[in-house]
Structure formats: structure tokens, C-alpha cells
Design a protein around this ligand. Sequence first.
Ligand code: ZN
Length: 302
Amino acid sequence: MLLTRRDFIKSTSILAGGILLGASKLSALQQDLGKGFKLINDNIGIFTERGGTILWYVSKEGAAIVDSQFPDSAKNLMDGLKKKTSRKIDFLFNTHHHADHTAGNFYLKDFVNTIAANENCARLQKEKNGGGEKDKTQAYPNFTFKEHSSFDLGKERVEAYHYFPGHTGGDSIYHFVNSNVVHMGDLVFNGLCPYFFITDEGSFRTWIKFLDKVHGQFPNDTKFIFGHSADPEKVIGTRDDLAKMKNYIAQLLDYVEKEKSAGKTKEQISASISLADFKGYVEPRPGMLKTNAEMAYEELSR
Ligand SMILES: [Zn+2]
């Protein structure tokens, strides 16, 4: 189609107007919900306050939340969502058992029908909190799955996948199929050295395989939500961010393996660790790169 200059100006201004209208409508909706909310479209968005990023979905036919942060921030999330719907939340999904993703379950339990997670996630949450006073402030999943499960939200469907141990032994990703959004939990620390302790039953080696699998599973335009990000604007990202996280772990394992075969001790490797492509990488807590090296050494020694 050939456009005259006048037609071109007319059609581009209509287009720009349309985009502007869409964006301003979303930001107005966002402000209505309160602080910490960011919409992806009318029905789905994220919530960030303290701890792991929350993904939420609300429509007339169904509602779901992925991860729950802490009781105080979970309350702020719920206060916002109540402005959007009076219905009970059908599903609260947990990506893994860490407190900054599950402690808010306790607040949310009265507003949700089902708390769902991978069976290892549920077990680890119980083991880490079970017995004594801590247990009284926990709400555990009442539905668990092994490798895969599907959840119906009317016009939306959620597919959950647990492929391998990664950041922990019980990581799952949640794909909101029609919205084309995937919550990665802490399988991606975007632009950050990842938090990783071997006692959580995770594995650097299979974490790489998990990321490869997900990278191959979804197209380029899928939006990925990350548990944590160095840049708050990059909590939502792309497949490229999955590849970068994978490269970090691969370089870490490679470095530690070479040094270990050369006879270096865990302490020596931890003291000298440096990854060529990740110099000055942000640590979520001081010394996390050294801790990563020690955990890689322990995994390679098993
Ligand atoms: Zn975590």
C-alpha cells in the first residue's frame, strides 16, 4: 500500500494516539491498585514490595497469585486486588519454599481456595518451618504436583512445570498461556549473583538444564517474570535473560571445576573466584559470589 504524506501523518497519529490511550489507561488502573503494582495488561500484572516478585491474574472467570512475599506485603497486595475483584482467588502458586516467596501464604490463606506447589517445595517449606512456633505462622500447599499440572481460570489457563532441581529442590515455573507470561521464581536472578545454598536441595548442574529447557520451550515474545532483579525495571524480561543466568552458572562451574582439578582447596577457590563475563556483578548480599563458588565446590565434590 502506498501512502501519501498526509495519509501517513494521519495513520501514524492514530496509531500513536491508540498506544498512548492504552498506556495511560493502564497507568491509571495501576495507580488505582496502589503502590507496587505494575500491569502487563488489563488482567495480569506484577506486585513488588519486599521479597520475591509476585505475579497476579484477575478476571471475571478466575483469579490467581504466584508467590506471596511476607504477611505485611501480602496484605498490601490483597488490598489492591480487592479493588479489582470481589471473588475468591482460585489459586495461590508457590515457585519454591523460600520465606520471601511463601511467608505471605499465611495472610493470603483466607482469600484463596487452593495453595499449589511442587511436592518438594511443600516438603521443604514444612521441613524448614515444621514444629514449634515457626509452624504456626505458615500456610502450606493443599495441592501438590510432581513434574507438571494444569489449572483452569476460565479464559486463562496456567501450566506448571518442575523439570529439575535448580535454585532449590522444588522450583516450578508457571505459564499463563493466553497472556504468554511465565513466572520463573528464583531460577533467574536478573543481573545478580544468585542466592544458592546446597542445603535447599538445588543443583547448579541441573539449574542449567532447567534454564535450557525453558529457553527452548517458549517463543521470543514471551514475557518472563523474575523473583529478583538488580534493576527494578528488569523484573520483567526475555529469553535472553534466561541465557545470561545460564552463562553465569556455567562459567562458575567451569571455573571451580578447573581450579579443583588443579588441586586448589575450597577456601583457595573462594578467595580467588572471578568470572570473566560477570565482573562487578551485583551481589544480593555481600560475598554471594564467594558463597556461589563454595557451593559449586561442594556440589562438584558429591
Ligand atoms: Zn529463593
